[in-house]
Design a protein around this ligand. Sequence first.
Ligand SMILES: [Zn+2]
Length: 421
Amino acid sequence: MPESTATTPTDLRIDLQRIKEDILALSEIGKDEEDRGIYRMAFTDADMRGKRWLIDRIEQAGLKSNVDGAANISGIFTGKTEKPRVLVGSHIDTVPCAGALDGTLGVVVGLECLRRLVEAGIETERTLELIAFSDEEGRFGGMFGSQSVCGYVTPDSLATMSDLDGVLLQEEMRRQGYDPLAALDAARDPDSIRSYLELHIEQGPVLDRMHKSVGIVDEITGLFTWSVWLRGEANHAGTTPMDMRNDAFMGLADFAHEVPRILEENGSERSRATIGKAQILPGAANTVPGIVEFSIDVRDTSEEFLDDLSTAFQKALSAIARRRNLKFDFEQKSYLQPVACSEDIVEQLRTQAETLNLEYHQMPSGAAHDAQIMGRMVPVGMIFVPSKNGKSHSPAEWTAWSDIEAGANVMLQTLLHLAQN
Ligand SMILES: [Zn+2]
């Protein structure tokens, strides 16, 4: 029998009761008693209280705690060798008025997995590290912790990142006792990490509708967002005949109708496009719209499809502008590369789910996660658990305890496997 089998107890399971207690304890930190939402935005006092709570729990579990320069919190289960370590984590910062599970669940499950190993007296080849990344949710732009670990943060970005109220990240870090420039020291050597795993709520309706406990993510979507302007001519709504107008809003209406066709012809079944924000100017009931400004958010798990969609959207907008006598202009506001999860890890997650007799569904992630940043540097894998009614970023966000237990056991067994090989 190979050594790895002998030291991998396949009957080891997480303790759901402790996961419940941790989720409920953390959900009290930053909770607003009126709207029942959680307000633990990055580097606020509540976020710091959450981090201190986590450090305590890590130490109570018999793990070594660590805080890096980006205020990422780690709990370390030391392996027998110096081989590249296995990371598991997510984030505990929240959006304003959040639910109890986004990010938090992945951290609490990771903690429980490592705590279980300590308790069972198990030895692993590789070191396992729980990590809770700072500012995933984007008070200062998003994924600050994982970007720091991957070395994507620069002195310039550190000096300029600010929140919507103009508060600088570096000011908030200093206020909380951190030296902002120390975030540069959080960068890790890619060779020191074997893989990164993350369990997260799906934040969409797919698993809930399918009645499956576990989602195994194979690809994390990429996206681009644009601001688009169509410029025509503002004119009197009564005196300007219909055939003599350059109505900017009619251009947007034409375009909106073409979106499904463009996706069908140039995208994949994983493509999504959303016009989420639009402004008509000058914005008077009795004036033909002179300018329309709108956003478009386009997602797919393949970079080629994203490129094709970008070209197709530009062509469609130019054609509409010509037809309607408008001027078309756009600016790309953000671009995020799609990331494929490691095939080996996907395979391993499937094996463990099957061994545990769980119904699972292989699926893409339509939302961005720390795994997307980590996936550019090291092999990553993600487990989803169902979100009741697909709800997230709200106090209504919830997942059945039995689904949490299922996902957590898949995580525990997969971590054990990766740490022994
Ligand atoms: Zn999250």
